[in-house]
Design a protein around this ligand. Structure first.
Ligand SMILES: *Cc1c(COP(=O)(O)O)cnc(C)c1O
Ligand SMILES: [Zn+2]
Length: 394
């Protein structure tokens, strides 16, 4: 078998398309745009055959050619999570094929593990000693665990009302936890104001180019698990939007690699909480970018992102794909969490519940048809959110 290595070549600004090298840590483009990793895809295609990939270990590193740092990864076995058929709930929605990508089975219980595996791998390879980020919870947990494995110091800035299990987990892994009044936006500002800020490498969503590379493997896995085809509709709980942006990038790469048929991409649906829906508002207004959401409120902490940095990329993917954006209430999310738990045996996080609540609305409106293959995302375990609205715990 040919040796498998990364074909990472350069970084491209998503806004002004200027090129950057990959030898040193990168942040945003000088123009403020997000940097995206580019690969030698023709070279990658030579070794990335369905048969070769099928024989590799069941982690996201099986797509090594199109990942950064894959010759020496910081890994806890992330990726290759189950794609579960929701037979009971699918039938109750009048849909033939509804699948749940269950990301709760990742290390630290959420899909944030994917992005942290690649970002921490690259940070370590550059000789970074200290990483810092604002988080609503799951990204902090993942950074704490991967940072511990890589021997890095980790500073986390979390909203003071972050549920205790997230704070506990970060502390167990030895991260320094700073609690901030306000939402994740306030946490980011507090972090950047600190005197030590220049000595930290900032791992905030999309402020460095490699978290999205880990998250894009969601798209590679869906394709592989569906026999190198793509679903008709993807329903994604959108906070910062890294997974959605990553999957859209993956579909473009998969087409160029010859692994999927071009021009048959899924319709992408961004689900947000009614109490924090900047992408839904921008989508409905046909705006190219989002306006910051004032007074963001939802118990789905991963969706409490009032001003996502990747707003234009999210909106582009929704529009290019013929998709949509939709908000659901906290009550609908909670109800959907119970349905997933009681009908399908999955204790989803509120964000995962939101995708089922959205699918019900979209099946009702006709946006999703009975024969569509629909993928919902449970992005993390429900176990870290101790309160579900309306549920009495004995
Ligand atoms: C972070 C997070 C999200 C949002 O993910 P993005 O890719 O940043 O939009 C959704 N659900 C959970 C559980 C999260 O932790
Ligand atoms: Zn630029």
């Amino acid at each position: 078998m040919a040796p498998v290595t990364s074909t990472l070549e350069w970084l491209e600004c998503a806004r002004c398309h200027v090129a950057y090298g990959t030898a040193a840590p990168a942040t945003l483009c000088r123009c403020g745009g997000v940097l995206l990793a580019r690969y030698r895809l023709e070279e990658a295609a030579r070794t990335m055959t369905p048969q070769a990939i099928a024989a590799r270990p069941p982690t996201l590193w099986r797509y090594a050619e199109v990942l950064p740092g894959s010759s020496d990864p910081v890994t806890l076995g992330e990726g290759m999570t189950p794609l579960l058929p929701l037979r009971f709930l699918g039938a109750s929605l009048g849909l033939k094929s509804v699948l749940l990508k269950d990301e709760a089975l990742n290390p630290t219980g959420s899909f944030k593990a994917r992005g942290m595996a690649t970002a921490v791998t690259m940070a370590r390879s550059f000789g970074v000693r200290r990483i810092a980020l604002p988080s609503a919870g799951n990204a902090g947990s993942a950074a704490a665990a991967y940072g511990a494995l890589a021997g890095l110091a980790v500073d986390l800035f979390l909203p003071e009302d972050t549920p205790e299990p997230f704070r506990l987990e970060a502390a167990v892994h030895g991260a320094a936890v700073h609690l901030v009044r306000g939402d994740i936006g306030a946490c980011g500002r507090a972090m950047r104001q600190r005197d030590e800020a220049p000595t930290w490498f900032d791992l905030s969503t999309l402020r460095e180019p490699y978290r999205v590379e880990g998250k894009k493997t969601l798209g590679y896995e869906l394709a592989e698990q569906l026999g190198w085809s793509l679903p008709d509709v993807i329903v994604y709980p959108t906070g910062g939007g890294t997974g959605l942006i990553g999957m859209w990038k993956a579909f473009e790469e998969l087409e160029q690699l010859g692994l999927v048929v071009p021009g048959r991409r899924p319709r992408m649906v961004a689900v947000q909480a009614a109490g924090c829906a900047p992408i839904v508002a921008a989508f409905d207004a046909h705006a190219p970018e989002a306006t910051a959401w004032g007074d963001a409120r939802t118990y789905a902490s991963g969706l409490r992102v009032p001003a996502p940095l990747g707003d234009t990329l999210i909106l582009q993917a929704l529009r290019e794909s013929g998709g949509t954006a939709i908000a659901v209430t906290d009550d609908d999310m909670a109800q959907a969490q119970l349905e997933l738990a009681r009908g399908e045996g999955v204790f989803a996080c509120p964000e995962g519940g939101a995708t089922l609540a959205a699918a019900r609305k979209l099946a009702g409106s006709g946006f999703i048809g009975p024969d569509d293959v629909v993928v919902l995302f449970n992005t993390g375990t429900g176990l870290k959110y101790p309160k579900i609205p309306g549920l009495r715990v004995p």
